[in-house]
Design a protein. Structure first.
Length: 333
């Protein structure tokens, strides 16, 4: 089973964006040495707790800080942008780091309505997402149809290799879109703990081959906290429990809550139910427990790649979590 990483550049309370982004770069180097397959970074807007707002810029930096691991976006929120410009951004990255670039695309806003309005300022209507994705694929492969509105246009620089194109989603709609367009598909279980298995199965059943993907390729992304023992993992994961609860309650935060805050938080009966429900989005435990959970997850989805995203109060716990998972699965860098 292949293991990969999605990093959201989380900020700890009292930390800075510079620190969070430097930790992302260090983490990319760390998981490359451990033998992980790919390293993706996310796009979030108008938030004080996550530092990654521009995947393309961060990927240019990460490519220079790493040597072999595939790097990509998880993902670019395409409705905010021009398909042509996104294609050029990722062709430039592909020219810099050939055969290492993944273009993960999503249609979520990545922020609250105010940031969406600002990002789309001046655009008269909601874009056709499916057409946008199709256009990106045309630009990346120089296959614009003769009847296309921009026929003859080239996304530069022209490259000999093409980034992998993935659709990211947390619903069956995204799965059907990926199948219809012929892209790879990553289900975001760390966003939605229900319906993922059915969505991936539907993706496979409906898949139509494309010039980029002759066969369906799918994976699942999940929160993961691994520590030397189950009890320690539960203690570390308590800060993620509280972070997700605060997000659900609309409580603004300047960073990942501390473990102490989480352990002392006066959860109501309803909030404890929310925390329990959120655990569907997470894998937590010691190495053997995590291994069993991830293998069961991959089997249920019928995939051979699982992407892990880990958000902890302390960066050292994040590093250790990925190290323990790599060890128990026998990854080799």
């Amino acid at each position: 089973m292949r293991l990969s990483v999605l990093d959201q550049s989380p900020m700890s309370l009292g930390g800075t964006a510079h620190q969070a982004l430097e930790e992302t770069a260090r983490l990319a180097q760390w998981v490359e040495r451990l033998g992980y397959t790919r390293f993706w970074v996310s796009e979030h807007h108008d938030t004080r707790s996550l530092a990654g707002s521009s995947p393309e810029v961060l990927l240019a930096h990460l490519g220079a800080r790493t040597e072999r691991i595939r790097i990509g976006s998880g993902g670019v929120m395409l409705p905010h942008y021009s398909a042509y410009k996104v294609a050029e951004n990722f062709r430039l990255l592909e020219a810099l780091y050939p055969r290492r670039i993944d273009l993960g695309l999503g249609r979520a806003p990545g922020g609250m309505p105010r940031s969406t309005m600002a990002l789309r300022e001046g655009r008269p209507r909601e874009p056709d997402y499916l057409q946008q994705v199709q256009d990106v694929m045309y630009y990346l492969t120089d296959t614009l149809p003769e009847d296309h509105r921009f026929r003859g246009l080239t996304a530069t620089p022209v490259t000999d290799t093409v980034p992998e194109v993935w659709l990211l989603g947390s619903s069956d709609w995204s799965a059907h879109a990926a199948a219809h367009l012929g892209t790879a598909f990553m289900f975001a279980q760390f966003i939605n703990g229900d319906g993922g298995v059915e969505a991936v199965h539907a993706y496979r059943e409906r898949f139509r081959p494309s010039s980029l993907w002759p066969e369906p390729v799918a994976g699942v992304a999940v929160f993961c906290v691994c520590a030397d023992a189950d009890a320690e993992a539960e203690r570390i994961a308590s800060s993620l429990d509280l972070s997700l609860l605060m997000l659900a309650n609309g409580q603004p935060t300047a960073g990942t809550p501390t473990i102490e805050m989480a352990l002392n938080y006066p959860y109501s009966k309803y909030e404890r139910a929310v925390v329990l429900e959120n655990r569907k989005r997470m894998v937590v435990g010691g190495p053997e427990s995590v291994k069993q959970q991830l293998e069961a997850l991959a089997k249920a989805y019928g995939v051979d790649e699982v992407m892990l995203t880990t958000r902890t109060e302390r960066f050292e716990d994040r590093l250790r979590s990925f190290e323990l998972v790599a060890q128990v699965f026998g990854l080799t860098g």
